[in-house]
Design a protein around this ligand. Structure first.
Ligand code: X8Z
Ligand code: ZN
Length: 610
C-alpha cells in the first residue's frame, strides 16, 4: 500500500480518485454545472480534485483507526466512511464519461482517464449494493487482521508467531501444522469473496469494463491485452533464472528432509521453504548456502549484536534516504506511526505506508521484529512514504506513482544498496567479506528476489480468472493450486479441497490490493538500481553497488518521484534509466554469477516439475 489512494486500495478500499468529496460546492453528479465542452471538463476536474482531497483525508483516518485498532466499532466506522467515499467516487467516475470523445488537452484527458480507471474497487450504483460491498471489504480486511490459529488445547497463535516457526523449524510435522493452521482463518471468507467479486464486477461494468480484472489491467498506459503480453514477455526473460534456483533448492531440501518429505522431482511442498506463502525463501539460506562462500554475517544477528531496536531500524532506513538527498521525515511520522505489535489489541500487522493528508502526514504501520526481513521491509515502506511526499506538490489526481510497480519498487531499490560495504560504513558490520563470499550474498538475495517472481505473477492470474468468471466459485481453491504449481513449482503439502480458501490466507486477497505491482517492482528495482549506480559513477559488479550517500543518484531518483503520475510511466522510467521499456536484463545481470553457478550445480539433475 502506498499513497492515500493506494492506501485505500490496500485496505480493500478503492483507490484513486474515487474520492470526490465536498469542499464548498461539491461537483454535482448530475453534471448540469459542467457542460460537455473542454471548458466544462476543466471546471469539473478542478472541482473534483479539490473535493476529493478532503474526502480522502477523512477516509484515510477512518481506515487508519480500523487497521490499528480492530473492533466491531472501528470496522463499522471504516465501512461507513468507505461507503460514503465509494458513492461519491462512482458518481464522479460515471460523470466523467460525459466528456468522452471531446478534443481535450493531454493533461485533462489523462486526469479524466485516471478518474475512471484509478479505483481498485468500483461499486454498483444501487445504494444497497454499494453499502454491502463497503461492508464486505471492511470485514474481509478485519477478518484477516484478527486471524489466529487456535490449536486444540493450546494458545492461539497469530501470523507473526506462525511465520517465525516456519522460518526456523526444521521439523516437518511442526511446519505442516503451522502451515495448515494459518489456513484455518480463510474458509469463512469464501462466500464473502464470491459476493465481493460479483459486486466489484458489476461496478466495473457500469464504468464500461468487462470485469474488475479488465479495469485493473487498464492502468498501465497501454491497451489491457498488451499489458498481459508484457507480463508474459517479462516472465519469459526471468524464467531461466528461476528454474535452476528451484532445481538447486529442491535438491537441497531432499538432502535435508529425505525423499518422502521433499521429493527429488515434481513441485516442492510449500511448507518447507521458510515462508507462509513460499514467496520468499531467504529463511532456508543455511540449507542451500553455496559451499565456501560464507558471507560471515547475517543481518538478523548484527541487529541483535549491536542492540538495534525497532525504532532504530527505522532510523537506519531514514538515514539512507536523507543520505541521498531526501528531507528527513516529519516529527508526526515518529509520533503517529505504528512500529510494533500492541499487546492489548488486534491490528492489521501486514506492513503498509500511509499518506493521511496528502502533504506530509505520512506514516508506516508495521509489527516490526528485529530481523533482516523486517529491516528490508522498513526500507520498502519508507520508499512509499518518500514517494508520497515527493509527488505531494502535483495536482491531486497525479499524486500517485508512474505505475503501481514504481511505488512498490522504490524502497526495494534502496534496500538493494544494503550491501556488506554499506553495513560496514554505517557501523553494523566490522569487516566486509571479500569477493569469495559473493555467491553466498547473491544466493541469499536470490532466495528473496528471484524466488518471489512467479508468486508475484500468479496472485493476479488467479484473481483475473475469478473476476472474468473463468475460475468459478466451486474451483477457487483448485485453480489457486494449479497456478501455484504452474508458475512456482510448489504444491500443497496436504490434500486441499473446496472447503478451503487458501487465497484468502494471503493478505492482498482479502485486502483487495492488486499484486502484479510486486512482480513489476521486482523487475523495475534492478533496472532502477543499474541506472542509479551508473549515475553514481559506480563501475563494479551490480550486486556490490551501494548508492548510500550519493547525491547524484538521489537527484535522479527524486526527479522521477516528483513527477508522480503526471506522465505516462515510460516517461518516468526514461527519466531514471533512459529506457522506455520494463526490462529484466538488469535482474539477470545482477544475478549472472549465481545463475552460472546454479546451472553448473544442477547439471545432471532432472530439473523442472512437470
Ligand atoms: O505487501 C507488501 C509490502 C507492503 S506494500 C510489505 N509486499 C508484498 C507481500 O508482502 O506479499 C512487499 C513484497 C510483496
Ligand atoms: Zn509496498
Amino acid at each position: 500500500m502506498s499513497s492515500t489512494r493506494n492506501l485505500l486500495r490496500a485496505s480493500a478500499l478503492v483507490s484513486m480518485i474515487a474520492l470526490l468529496g465536498a469542499a464548498c460546492t461539491p461537483p454535482s453528479a448530475d453534471q448540469s454545472d459542467y457542460p460537455a465542452t473542454a471548458a466544462g471538463a476543466a471546471a469539473f476536474v478542478a472541482d473534483v480534485e479539490e473535493d476529493l482531497l478532503e474526502e480522502v483525508i477523512g477516509l484515510a483516518k477512518a481506515q487508519w483507526v480500523q487497521a490499528t485498532y480492530i473492533t466491531d466499532d472501528t470496522e463499522q466506522l471504516a465501512a461507513a466512511a468507505y461507503d460514503e467515499y465509494l458513492g461519491k467516487a462512482m458518481d464522479y467516475a460515471r460523470a466523467s464519461t460525459r466528456f468522452d470523445g471531446l478534443e481535450l488537452d493531454a493533461d485533462l484527458e489523462r486526469k479524466l482517464k485516471i478518474l475512471k480507471t484509478g479505483m481498485t474497487l468500483p461499486a454498483p450504483s444501487a445504494d444497497e449494493e454499494r453499502t454491502e460491498l463497503a461492508g464486505i471489504a471492511a470485514s474481509l480486511e478485519s477478518t484477516y487482521g484478527k486471524g489466529k490459529y487456535c490449536p486444540e488445547g493450546g494458545e492461539c497463535l497469530a501470523l507473526g508467531e506462525l511465520s517465525n516457526t516456519l522460518a526456523t523449524s526444521r521439523d516437518p510435522d511442526e511446519l505442516l501444522e503451522v502451515w495448515t493452521g494459518w489456513r484455518t482463518i480463510s474458509p469463512p471468507m469464501r462466500e464473502d469473496y464470491r459476493r465481493f467479486a460479483e459486486l466489484g464486477n458489476k461496478g466495473s461494468r457500469e464504468l464500461g469494463f468487462d470485469d474488475l480484472g479488465a479495469l485493473w489491467r487498464s492502468n498501465y498506459d497501454m491497451p489491457p491485452d498488451d499489458f498481459r503480453a508484457e507480463l508474459d514477455r517479462l516472465w519469459e526473460q526471468v524464467r531461466p533464472l528461476y528454474e535452476p534456483l528451484h532445481c538447486y533448492v529442491r535438491s537441497k531440501l531432499t538432502e535435508t528432509y529425505g525423499d518422502s518429505v521433499a521429493p527429488a522431482s515434481g513441485p516442492i511442498p510449500a511448507h518447507l521453504l521458510g515462508n507462509m506463502w513460499a514467496q520468499s525463501w531467504a529463511n532456508i539460506y543455511p540449507m542451500v548456502a553455496p559451499p565456501s562462500s560464507d558471507p560471515g554475517f547475517d543481518v538478523t544477528e548484527l541487529l541483535d549484536e549491536k542492540e538495534v531496536d525497532e525504532l532504530e531500524m527505522v532510523r537506519y532506513g531514514e538515514r539512507f534516504f536523507t543520505s541521498i538527498g531526501f528531507d528527513p521525515l516529519p516529527d508526526t511520522f515518529w509520533q503517529r506511526s505504528l512500529f510494533t505489535k500492541p499487546a492489548d489489541r488486534d491490528v492489521v500487522c501486514h506492513a503498509s505506508a500511509w499518506d493521511i493528508d496528502q502533504v506530509d502526514d505520512i506514516r508506516i504501520k508495521m509489527c516490526i521484529e528485529r530481523n533482516a526481513e523486517d529491516f528490508s521491509t522498513i526500507h520498502h515502506e519508507l520508499g512509499h512514504n518518500f514517494y508520497q511526499r515527493a509527488y505531494s506538490r502535483q495536482p491531486f489526481l497525479y499524486r500517485e506513482s508512474a505505475n503501481d510497480g514504481f511505488h512498490e519498487g522504490v524502497g526495494d531499490t534502496v534496500a538493494l544498496s544494503v550491501t556488506p560495504d554499506y553495513l560496514v560504513e554505517v557501523g553494523l558490520l566490522d569487516r566486509a567479506p571479500d569477493a569469495s563470499a559473493d555467491l553466498g550474498v547473491l544466493m541469499r538475495m536470490a532466495l528473496d528476489k528471484v524466488a518471489f517472481l512467479p508468486f508475484g505473477l500468479l496472485v493476479d492470474q488467479w484473481r483475473w480468472g475469478v473476476f472474468s468468471g473463468e475460475i468459478a466459485p466451486d474451483a477457487y481453491n483448485a485453480a489457486w493450486w494449479e497456478l501455484r504449481e504452474k508458475y512456482q513449482g510448489v504444491a500443497a503439502p496436504v490434500e486441499r479441497s473446496e472447503s478451503d480458501f487458501d487465497p484468502g490466507a494471503k493478505y492482498h486477497v482479502p485486502a483487495n490490493t492488486p499484486y502484479t505491482r510486486y512482480f513489476l517492482a521486482h523487475i523495475l528495482q534492478f533496472q532502477f538500481q543499474r541506472s542509479l549506480c551508473e549515475a553514481a559513477g559506480y563501475e563494479g559488479p551490480l550486486h556490490r553497488c551501494s548508492i548510500y550517500g550519493n547525491k547524484d543518484a538521489g537527484k535522479r531518483l527524486i526527479e522521477m518521484l516528483e513527477m508522480g503520475a503526471s506522465r505516462p510511466w515510460p516517461d518516468a522510467l526514461e527519466a531514471v534509466t533512459g529506457q522506455r521499456e520494463m526490462d529484466a536484463t538488469a535482474i539477470i545481470d545482477y544475478f549472472a554469477p549465481l545463475q552460472e553457478w546454479l546451472e553448473g550445480e544442477t547439471q545432471g539433475l532432472s530439473c523442472g516439475w512437470k
